[in-house]
Every structure is written in structure tokens, then in C-alpha cells.
Design a protein around this ligand. Sequence first.
Ligand code: FES
Ligand code: FES
Length: 131
Amino acid sequence: MLRDDLGLFGTKRCCAEGECGSCSVLLDGELVNSCLVLGAEADGGSLNTIEGLSMDGVTDLQAAFLTAGAVQCGVCIPGQVMAAEQLLRTNPDASREEIRDVMSGNLCRCASYQRIVEAIQVAAAGRRTDA
Ligand code: FES
Ligand code: FES
């Protein structure tokens, strides 16, 4: 529905079984695999996709992904960014291990895991400085 009906192509559909995290979005502030949520279930809810997150341009988190070289083919990146954004909002001081643990639900076929964790740490540090 997000892609076909709403034209929100940033959200990717890969496994369609809740296994890869590439379809991650925020629904009522919670990170969900959108491939497992019926449109009717989201009716009346607050939905945030990668398009909504970056409505004002590239975010600090997205910039950190780019700078860290975490973006390879890019397929997993919208989901990674949504998961990372939720992590930074709920646990801005997350340790490296906590980041790895939370992000373990988002698979990357290009194996950018190390750089993704680095990017999240950089974005977290930047937000602490700005706070
Ligand atoms: S496409 Fe939804 S978890 Fe993989
Ligand atoms: S950057 Fe290619 S799958 Fe993650």
C-alpha cells in the first residue's frame, strides 16, 4: 500500500515476512515492519516513513550514514535509518552493543553493519552536542 497506492517508494519490500527490516516505518511512534501491518490496522494512526523523516532535507542521521560510507547498494538504508532514528529517540546514549542489538533486526546484504553502527554513534554524539 505504501509503495503501490501512496507512491512512497522509500520503504522497501524485500522479504515480506518480517525478517529483514527493510520495510521499517514508525507507526504511532513504534518501529514496525510495515510488511506485517495491514493498511486497515494503521487506519487513524500516525505513520512516519523515510519520506516524512527527511521532509526538510537530509537529516543528521542520514548525513552520518553517507559520511561513514554505510550506504552501499542502498536497499536496506531507509529501514536502517528508521530503526536508527527510533533508537536515538528512545535511547540517545545507547552503547555500541545496544546499537548492535537493536539494529540486528535490520539486515544488510552489503554487510555495512560496522559502518552503520559508526554512523549511528556519530549522529548520537552530534545530537548530544546540539542539546
Ligand atoms: S520486507 Fe518487511 S521485514 Fe522484510
Ligand atoms: S547497503 Fe546494500 S543491503 Fe544494505
